[in-house]
Design a protein around this ligand. Structure first.
Ligand code: ZN
Length: 352
């Protein structure tokens, strides 16, 4: 393959920690380093093969009743949301997955990066650069004591909600077609959480948040607006995708969006319409570039959290996406921005 194969990727979202947590094998480091089951998207051998050099590693506290190993099905056109997750249960899940992340770091399988400079250094040293991310703040008490502790453990990125409601706000349901304006905005505790994240320099992830919550964050935060793994609503009218107004608000703050590879958020006909392909991915990227400019677009695969186009398959297939970008006419400089440079720059402007 051409030179493009060597373009490294820093990715805005994966759910590999949930896969590791849910797997019965006790040796989580071995699973990640030596190779995970073929159905997974990320392990170190496949990351090396595909140029996946780093990413946001999400901790997603799964629903109690069905500890399934996917964070979002993205297959159903209207999936009922699980009930709110009690704080103690969420804390158990969140700490267990944080412990796996810390163990991977201690074993030298990846590096938990606390700044953009640490991400750059890890990528330079061929060490998987991981940002400690939480998707759904259920483990955090309204007094935000846990936020301080998690920040000290390395937390640098937080999605206030996954799709179910919590003490801070409400997410969008997995519904197509649907506007993202599906419920109330942030609670007072949610608003306090935004200010606390600004203070601690924790990136706030808007993917999954409903429109009123999005507006509340936009009004309160002093950081650029970021949706780590969301697509374009004008192309695929899923509640999880971003409307023209949301994209405009992100652009106005110099913010950023990572392309979600989940087939149900890519296909213009929505989930259940026969999957998706690389051509659809490029179409969303074109629209994101149009809306946000060359500095506002990255990748946010949702690897290990959702079904993705079979042409990509897993992290080893990333060069096929890079190749499609080149064939579509994106130059090397733009491809590098989308693949990793924009994320590093965004981290510099948010977590420091
Ligand atoms: Zn997600």
């Amino acid at each position: 393959m051409s030179d493009q194969k060597r373009v490294p990727v820093f990715d805005g979202h994966n759910d590999t920690l949930l896969k590791l947590y849910a797997n019965s094998q006790a040796d989580k480091v071995g699973l990640f380093v030596d190779g995970a089951p073929a159905s997974w998207h990320i392990d170190l051998p496949r990351a090396r093969k595909g140029g996946l050099a780093g990413g946001m590693f999400a901790i997603f506290p799964p629903p109690l009743e069905q500890r399934r190993a996917t964070a979002s099905s993205a297959l159903s056109v209207d999936e009922p949301l699980p009930p709110e997750l009690p704080l103690e249960a969420a804390r158990g899940f969140t700490f267990a997955m944080a412990a796996i992340l810390l163990e991977l770091d201690r074993a030298g399988a990846l590096k938990i990066c606390r700044s953009a400079a640490e991400v750059s250094a890890a990528m330079h040293n061929d060490m998987m650069a991981a940002i400690f991310h939480i998707e759904g703040a259920e483990a955090i008490d309204p007094r935000l004591d846990a936020l301080e502790v998690l920040h000290a453990a390395g937390l640098r990125s937080l999605g206030i909600v996954w799709s179910r409601p919590n003490a801070f706000g409400q997410g969008v349901p997995f519904r197509y077609p649907s506007s993202p304006d599906t419920g109330d905005g942030l609670t007072d505790a949610g608003k306090a959480l935004v200010k606390a994240c600004n203070e601690l320099k924790i990136l706030i992830d808007l993917s999954h948040l409903n429109e009123k919550g999005f507006r509340d964050v936009a009004a309160l935060t002093d950081a650029p607006l970021v949706a780590t793994h969301s697509n374009v609503h004008a192309i695929c009218a899923h509640a999880r995708n971003l409307t023209d107004w949301q994209l405009g608000a992100i652009r106005d703050t110099g913010g950023m969006v990572g392309l979600n590879f989940a087939t149900g958020f890519l296909n213009p006909k929505g989930p259940g319409a026969g999957g998706a392909n690389i051509e659809m991915m490029v179409r969303h990227i074109d629209a994101l570039l149009e809306a946000l400019g060359e500095d506002g677009v990255g990748l946010g695969s949702d690897f290990d959290g959702a079904p993705i186009p079979p042409e990509i398959g897993d992290a080893a297939g990333l060069p096929r996406l890079i190749e499609a970008f080149a064939k579509h006419g994106y130059g090397t400089a733009l491809i590098e921005k989308i693949a990793w440079k924009n994320w590093v720059s965004m981290l510099e402007r948010t977590i420091g």
